[in-house]
Design a protein around this ligand. Structure first.
Ligand code: ADP
Length: 458
């Protein structure tokens, strides 16, 4: 695996090289052109002066003067007459004919123009001497480029050292920054791997409030969420086996009783209990079955135009007996509502679950069912004056297997699956479900279904 340090390092080096190399080349060329031009400028001035001198004096005086003048400068001077004969080769160290090409000589003869040339280690300049438009020879001036080369070497060394220094500095900074970023990332990776192994008690302390801090918070949230899920799953397994075992134990016992001699009344009573326990068992198994189908998305709805008031009435009828037993008032507030395109049986299951919960979790007071609509939506409210749900539990009550008060819920035969089934069924039919609750005062569940134009017409 290539680390971030390596990747970023490569990126920084590439970017710097992309910038530094052309920049270095441009700076190098600028310096070189500058020094070269300076050399030529000086030589040109000298050559022009010499040509002037030659036109103003005779050859002998000229040579004398040049010899004196040339002691002060380091250029070499060669003076050739019109037939290319060397008249003067000042400092005499250079074979001028090696430098002056045939072509250059011809050009000098034909045009009154200065020629500038450059060869390895030397620059030279040549000017023709014209007297009254007569070509009388030429003056060549040659100078070594060693000085310029030396300065250029220094410039190049400085550029190279600066470039390498900048590169190292940038790499150092990259390394420090990346380590600062990657250390917490590596720690988070370790923690998430631990989480994957099942250690959900991890808490990350964000070192900063930037993106890394947000990631640490997100991992903490994830760990908390996973822990809640894991706990509820374990609890559910423990509860469900208890739930299944209890009716089975009862049934076992009562079936044994049936085998014994019993009066017809006792027999009747035993059979009734066995029936009740079977019903309870069926309820649990049905809930589990429903939920697993819902989770897999395998449930098929039978959609048709249904009258929600009718469905509500039949559900209310079913729960009236239980409500009366607890002396709870069942209040229905309804206005005529349009037909809804939904699954009647599932709608009945939704309303039954909510009403059954409302009655179960209410000791005194009333259960109010409200049904109304506007142009776009159909609203169903089931409000009770029961025990309510604590604020910290509210976000979880629609989760599978979540039960606020475990023992109380179990006594009612609840599995903690009812509300998650309700939520899934409502959403499957295009609706939404919400809850509002005040602990100790009561709870209101609201279900909202959209009414499309087509449904309104129907
Ligand atoms: P259960 O089968 O245990 O009732 P549900 O999924 O139907 O499971 O409900 C989940 C939990 O939400 C219940 O255990 C209960 O604590 C809480 N709850 C549901 N409805 C109400 C209500 N009307 N009033 C108070 N608490 C409720």
């Amino acid at each position: 695996m290539k680390s971030i340090v390596f990747k970023l390092g490569m990126l920084v080096v590439s970017i710097l090289l992309l910038v530094l190399l052309p920049l270095g080349y441009v700076v190098d060329q600028l310096f070189y052109t500058f020094y070269n031009n300076k050399t030529y400028e000086e030589m040109e001035q000298h050559v022009i002066t010499l040509v002037d001198m030659r036109t103003q004096m005779d050859e002998e005086t000229f040579i004398e003067k040049v010899e004196v003048a040339m002691e002060m400068v380091h250029e070499q001077v060669v003076y050739l007459d019109e037939s290319r004969e060397i008249v003067m080769n000042e400092q005499n160290t250079l074979d001028s004919l090696d430098i002056i090409t045939e072509e250059d000589w011809l050009q000098l003869q034909q045009q009154n123009e200065i020629i500038k040339r450059q060869q390895e280690h030397v620059s030279y300049i040549a000017s023709p001497i014209y007297n009254h438009n007569e070509f009388e020879g030429a003056i060549f001036m040659v100078t070594s480029t060693d000085d310029v080369d030396e300065i250029m070497d220094q410039v190049r060394t400085s550029l190279f050292v600066t470039g390498i220094g900048g590169l190292l500095l940038a790499l150092g900074f990259t390394y420090i920054i990346v380590r600062k970023v990657s250390m917490p990332l590596l720690h988070m990776e370790k923690v998430t791997r631990d989480m994957a192994k099942g250690n959900l008690n991890v808490v990350l302390t964000p070192s900063s409030e930037d993106e890394l801090g947000t990631l640490a918070h997100a991992i903490n949230d994830l760990s908390r969420k996973l822990k809640t899920l894991e706990d509820t799953r374990k609890e559910f397994l423990a509860n469900i086996s208890h739930e299944l075992r209890t009716p089975l134990t009862y049934m076992d016992g009562y079936v044994s009783l049936l085998k014994e001699k019993q009066s017809p009344e006792e027999r009747q009573h035993t059979i009734k209990i066995i029936e009740e326990e079977t019903a309870r068992l069926r309820l649990i198994v049905n809930d589990l079955f429903d939920l697993s189908k819902l989770e897999e998305g395998k449930i098929s709805l039978i959609l048709e135009w249904i009258d929600v008031s009718e469905v509500m009435e039949s559900v209310v009828e079913k729960v009236t007996y239980t409500a009366e037993q607890k002396k709870l008032a069942l209040v229905i507030k309804e206005e005529p509502v349009p037909l809804l395109y939904a699954d009647g049986n599932r709608m009945s299951q939704i309303l039954f679950n909510l009403l059954d919960n409302a009655i179960h979790y209410t000791e005194k007071g009333s259960i109010t069912v409200t049904m109304k609509h506007d142009d776009e939506q159909l609203y169903l409210f089931i409000a009770d004056t029961g025990i309510g749900i604590a604020e910290e539990d509210v976000p979880y009550i629609f989760e599978r297997f979540y039960r606020v008060e475990k023992s109380r819920s179990r006594a009612h035969g609840g599995t903690g699956l009812g509300l998650s089934i309700v939520k899934k069924l409502v959403e499957l039919q295009g609706g939404t479900v919400h809850v509002e609750s005040t602990y100790g005062e009561g709870t209101t569940f609201s279900i909202i279904f959209p009414l499309t134009n087509k449904e309104m017409e129907a």
